[in-house]
Design a protein. Sequence first.
Length: 320
Amino acid sequence: MQKGSTKGISAALSSAAFLGISPVFGKLAINYGFSPLAVAALRTSMAAGLIFIVMLLFYRPYLYIYPVGLAGCLLAGVINGLGSILYYMALGRLDASVGQTLYLIYPFFVAFWLILDRQPPSRVTIFRMGLAGLSLLLFTSLPNHPVDPIGVAMMLGAAALYALHLPINQRVLYEVPAPTVTLYTLIAMTIVVLPAYGIFDHKWIAPSILWWPLIGLTIATLLSRLALFLGVKHIGGMQTAFLGLSELLVTILFSYIFLKENQAWTQWLGAAGLGLSLLLVRMEESHPAHYSGKGGWFSWIRPPDLPRDIPADIPWGPRE
């Protein structure tokens, strides 16, 4: 396995670990009195502000981005911001483990968006999709535990929107470092979720509410985004999405510890199938973020002609 692939797999698994604990923190914050819209708005804006301060003080060259790349990040952020609103509204209606399981259908949506962008999946990927789909079906088959249909619809919508932002950012990541993409995507998400919170949520945050779950969610959001885009840069959106399925295992563990959510034997069987699908990643060829030239939905997201001598203080370009 190539060095870049190993780096991408490690980043994708790290992102999955942080994303896996995020719904637990989010559910705790909602249980403690934060509204779903407040959770979406505060965690996103706090994460965006934190990474901006760090980059402004210590990594200022990473603030540079070419205009079309900025447009791509803003588009991806707006799409993901809308998905984030749906996600936390759904989480208010569903158990954290069930909600996260439904959300993890997003690799199927990623495959669909990539096909439209002229990047069809491999045969191994198609087999893994079938195995993962069967595993997710086992995990959600609970006859004695009815699931809120509105919450299910919201979570599926969130998964589709989250999946759509990955191939968009994959195009940008051809030339732009992962921290830069993270910053501008989070800023765009903030532009969406903060007004939604101000317009549609009139519930005041009580002074007695415990903030530690929201702070934990903010840190997990920031670290997961950095690792996510680093993974997309090195192994592509499809494989990063599949490795992201491992976040379900993290969610199951922490939802049991913090939320006392127990799983049925069929769910553990589904988790085992999911684990097998993850192990098959070593049979895949890496597909790093690239600009494929003509065609595809996102072909307009491409870098300008590169200058012969890229300034040393700008950390972008093929040499990265």
